[in-house]
Design a protein around this ligand. Structure first.
Ligand code: MLC
Ligand code: AMP
Length: 506
């Protein structure tokens, strides 16, 4: 099935073998979908995309709510030879405008409710077509798909062709589109399926968003490749997940999932029949790992990945899942700890993590200079994460060399928030930091120097940012200071600010 299309062939193999097997139960509606029925819908979606003018290599950008139709759009884009480009549904129109202008998609798909707001943005960015897709099955793309028949003639795509572009913000300036090939996605998902022993008997609780690597590629691709099923939640819902556990075998989540689930009654009983709990995208506190074991008897399996690299390391399936570590490099992935010059450091020393393998991206979209900066000549990618490898081979992430906040598993680049705040009238300058937060891991905090006599309040700042930055990037707290601490070079000392505000959410 779809044998000429590298990634689609890997994803659709299980459906060809057992088309009647359940792929998904939509928790919101109770609707159930088999693997075979999924791919029929995907073929109809691919036909609609072709009719909308999508040709091989065209980007298909989408900002929509999580739905089965959006999964069909992802897979339909692959069949049509296109490049899938999902955007966080929290992005403001201004943010969406940047991505559309940079990626120049052949088609932009948005939620029907946002069409009026986003149509001028898409037009300004020069996007050829705008169609809509609602989580409730409404929208012009849903109608176009309904008018098509299954049996699409799949477009041939090789391992090095692009399957997706996912934007990741940069420490300096603009967001970068990570180009992900059929090879990178296919090889990583196969490795993970086998490493974590996913089979057709698995039922995954899928409560992650599908605009990021974790929910889209790790969770969805593995379920497809295993021929397993998922319980598809529109978004995270602690009580709903507890209720679903007795029918499920596995859960993938960010650490916030686990801290929230720990506060739920009935967790221990519900988790009894589960096979596997996986955490990633942000550091899982060792204390959460231990509390989970105490409550459920299960050891959470923590793994480490990035948009650019897919998954790099994982704790073992058998053997010790060591709290506070991200385990071992996955089969086929090489990982080394280096100093700033790329020289490898001895066991136990802390340095920058560099990785190499078939899982790596193909570069940043239209940014060859930036791509070259982040790659070593021997093909290792410089992650910007700081870590070490211990004598037993376990990798521990101890911090980040890049100025990055991870809030509830979502990345926020302080620079972007600072630029938005600094542009406001009455602001001299600002520094944005991540502060420990019991629910989100880290929360965004802004420290602002107002112009003399400006009389600004935190609410003024929040209100002014509302249509500029997605809600999750907006500061949870704003503090005003007469000046920022600087070192002798004039650089803002963020570590001093982080210390000063460390108890904000304690
Ligand atoms: C929502 N809000 C957040 C937030 N999520 N604020 C900060 N950080 C977040 N992550 C805000 C909303 O804007 C809203 O603000 C309020 O919190 C409640 O919104 P909600 O929609 O009810 O939140 P909730 O559904 O509870 O979402 C929290 C969450 C979610 C943690 C469940 O953010 C989530 O699913 N995160 C996972 C992200 C993810 O998939 N990351 C993987 C990236 S891939 P207000 O003020 O309006 O009330 C990657 C590579 C790898 O990193 O290794 O995997
Ligand atoms: P993203 O750019 O959204 O793909 O986020 C990737 C970043 O998330 C990595 O560079 C790490 O900083 C972080 N990350 C992912 N998994 C883990 C983990 N298990 N522990 C600590 N940090 C993680």
């Amino acid at each position: 099935m779809h044998s000429e299309n590298h990634l689609a062939a890997l994803l659709a193999r299980a459906a060809a073998e057992a088309p009647e097997a359940l792929f998904l139960e939509d928790v919101a509606t109770g609707a159930r979908l088999s693997h075979g029925a999924l791919w029929q819908g995907v073929e109809r979606m691919a036909a609609a995309l072709r009719r909308a003018g999508i040709r091989p290599g065209d980007r298909v950008a989408v900002q929509a709510e999580k739905s089965v139709a959006m999964l069909e759009l992802y897979l339909g884009t692959l069949l049509a030879g296109g490049v899938f480009l999902p955007l966080n549904s929290a992005y403001t129109a201004a943010e969406v405008g940047y991505f559309l202008g940079d990626a120049t998609p052949g088609l932009f798909v948005c939620d029907p409710a946002r069409e009026t707001a986003l149509e001028p943005v898409a037009r300004k960015a020069g996007v050829a077509r705008l169609l809509t897709l609602g989580a409730d099955g409404q929208g012009s793309l849903a109608q176009a798909r309904a008018a098509e028949a299954p049996g699409f003639a799949t477009v041939a795509r090789g391992p090095e062709d692009l399957a997706a572009i996912l934007y990741t913000s940069g420490t300096t300036g603009r967001s970068k589109g990570a180009m992900l090939s059929h090879r990178a996605l296919g090889s990583n998902s196969l490795t993970l399926r086998d490493y974590w022993r996913f089979t057709a008997r698995d039922v995954l609780i899928h409560a992650l968003p599908i605009y990021h690597t974790h929910g889209l590629f790790v969770a969805t691709n593995i379920t497809l490749m295993a021929g397993g099923a998922c319980l598809f939640f529109p978004k995270f819902d602690a009580a709903g997940i507890i209720a679903a556990m007795p029918r499920a075998t596995a859960l993938m989540g960010v650490p916030t999932f686990y801290t929230r689930l720990l506060a739920q009654p009935g967790l221990g009983r519900a988790a009894r029949g589960m096979r596997l709990f996986i955490s990633g995208s942000a550091p899982l506190l060792a204390e959460t790992h231990r509390a989970w074991t105490a409550a459920t008897g299960h050891h959470i399996l923590e793994r480490y990945g990035m948009t650019e690299t897919n998954m790099n390391t994982s704790n073992p399936y058998d053997g010790e899942r060591r709290a506070g570590t991200v385990g071992f490099p996955l089969p086929g992935v090489e990982l080394r700890v280096c100093n700033g010059d790329g020289a490898e450091l001895p066991v136990g020393e802390i340095g920058t993590l560099e990785v190499r393998g078939p899982n790596l991206f193909s570069g940043y979209w239209q940014m060859p200079g930036k791509t070259a900066e982040d790659m070593r000549p021997d093909g290792f990618f410089i992650t910007g994460d700081l870590g070490m490898i211990d004598r037993d081979g376990y990798v521990t992430i101890v911090g980040r060399g890049k100025d990055l906040i991870i809030s509830g598993g979502l990345n926020v680049y302080p620079k972007e928030v600072e630029e938005a705040i600094d542009a406001l009238p009455g602001v001299t300058e600002s520094a944005v930091i991540g502060v420990a937060h019991p629910d989100l891991g880290e929360a965004v905090v802004a420290v602002v120097v107002p112009d003399p006599g400006a009389g600004l309040s935190g609410d003024d700042i929040q209100a002014a940012l509302a249509d500029r930055l997605a809600r999750f990037k907006q500061p949870k707290r704003v503090f005003f200071v007469p000046e920022l601490p600087r070192n002798t070079m004039g650089k803002v000392q963020k570590n001093r600010l982080r210390d000063a505000y460390s108890k904000t959410f304690a």
